[in-house]
Design a protein around this ligand. Structure first.
Ligand SMILES: O=C(O)CCC(=O)C(=O)O
Ligand SMILES: [Fe+2]
Length: 187
């Protein structure tokens, strides 16, 4: 890893690029629900969307069969954009199986997070995933969690709720969702 990756300028440039990616994804996700392109982005606070970079460092583990890097979970963000190093480890749960996320050089891994699931009233599902560890190689991943601002109220979009499709999720401030998730309280 070059030290320039960690420089302030590099992070600012990366954030700027991610903003464009996230804006495009939110437009496509809105259109996918049959809504105007700007609906999801507006519902998440428009230019106030927050970007949080986390660095996961998984040291080699002599018994990868006995340990997990990250336990299974969904991200509470709206979207997560993740870049891993070349050591595989991310797994996604689908049809009762864990699937390896293939490492593709220069590709971004995008997770649908809980807030997109809520806003879409369950049409989009947040991805259940985990990270396994490697016997002799260090794995590193750089997820950026893109979330609504703490005081933003998030709930199923009114356009998607009617008598046949009642709201499946509570409407609440993002910070309250976060509090319940972090403390494993019911939402
Ligand atoms: O390291 C990974 O690939 C996944 C990490 C992760 O799921 C997380 O930090 O939320
Ligand atoms: Fe995650």
């Amino acid at each position: 890893m070059s030290s320039s990756f960690l420089s302030r300028e590099a992070n600012e440039e990366y954030a700027q690029c991610l903003r464009e990616v996230v804006d495009k994804l939110l437009v496509l996700l809105s259109l996918g629900l049959g809504l105007e392109g700007n609906v999801m982005r507006e519902a998440f606070g428009r230019d106030d969307l927050e970007y949080l970079l986390k660095i996961n460092y998984y040291p080699p583990c002599p018994r990868p069969d006995l340990a997990l890097g990250v336990a299974p979970h969904t991200d509470m963000s709206a979207l997560t954009i993740l870049v891993p190093n070349e050591v595989p480890g991310l797994q996604v749960f689908k049809d009762d199986h864990w699937f390896d996320a293939k490492y593709i050089p220069n590709a971004l891994i995008i997770h649908i997070g809980d807030q997109v699931e809520t806003l879409s009233n369950g049409k989009y599902k947040s991805v259940y995933h985990r990270a396994i560890v490697n016997k002799d190689r260090v794995r590193i991943s750089w997820p950026v969690f893109c979330s609504p601002p703490p005081d933003m109220v998030v709930g199923p979009l009114p356009q998607l709720v009617n008598e046949e499709n009642p709201a499946k999720y509570k409407t609440k401030k993002y910070k309250d969702y976060e509090y319940c998730k972090l403390n494993k309280l019911p939402q």
